[in-house]
Design a protein. Structure first.
Ligand SMILES: [Zn+2]
Length: 199
């Protein structure tokens, strides 16, 4: 334990995902030794992101206004929605340039161990978006791991009675990983070769 401000910083850093106590301590001492200007830039970036960035009221992607850039774009098809776990997955899929529809960001995946159930994800919002019948196809693009699989299976069951086409990315993505780690070519192919699971 350190005194006051240093310990506060270590505690805050330690709350970040993937940062254990040792890393928190290392980062804290790195910041202590860094130039004041560098630390100021980091502090400003943290403040700015909370001030300016929010989540799109339609799809849940990160946005700097009420709606994100993709939802506001009239050239994007409103007939296809690609459902992903996190905003970073939107970035990964956009990089492939294979998809010209819109997105829906769930905010995670079903994970009983971490107590994340369907009600904790933006599934109700998805069903609301689908209610008017304008959407023809929903592409489920979950991470290729156990939680992603559970989420896709749950969504397939929810969406099947709605009479629209539900498809899933083709296999070939590295199993156990994150969508964002798949290279553009692999992810692009998985997109093109998506298989219909309902409808
Ligand atoms: Zn949006």
């Amino acid at each position: 334990m350190y005194e006051g401000a240093v310990q506060d910083l270590i505690d805050e850093l330690g709350r970040l995902p993937g940062v254990g106590p040792k890393s928190a301590q290392r980062i804290a001492f790195h910041l202590l030794a860094a130039d004041a200007a560098d630390v100021r830039r980091l502090a400003d970036a943290l403040t700015e992101v909370k001030l300016r960035v929010r989540f799109c009221e339609i799809c849940g992607n990160v946005a700097e206004s009420e709606q994100c850039r993709i939802c506001r774009d009239p050239r994007r098809s409103a007939e296809v929605i690609c459902v992903v776990e996190e905003p970073k997955d939107v970035v990964a899929i956009e990089r492939t340039r294979e998809f010209r529809g819109k997105y829906h960001v769930l905010g995670g995946a079903i994970n009983p161990i971490d107590n994340v159930g369907p009600d904790d994800l933006r599934i109700r919002e998805l069903l609301t978006r689908l209610a008017d019948g304008a959407v023809q196809e929903v592409i489920l693009a979950m991470d290729p791991n156990v939680e992603g699989e559970a989420t896709a299976t749950y969504l397939t069951r929810m969406l099947s009675p709605m009479g629209l086409r539900v498809s899933r990315l083709a296999s070939g993505l590295p199993v156990g990983g994150d969508l964002e780690y798949a290279d553009e070519v692999t992810l692009g192919r998985a997109f093109e070769g998506r298989r219909v699971v309902s409808g």
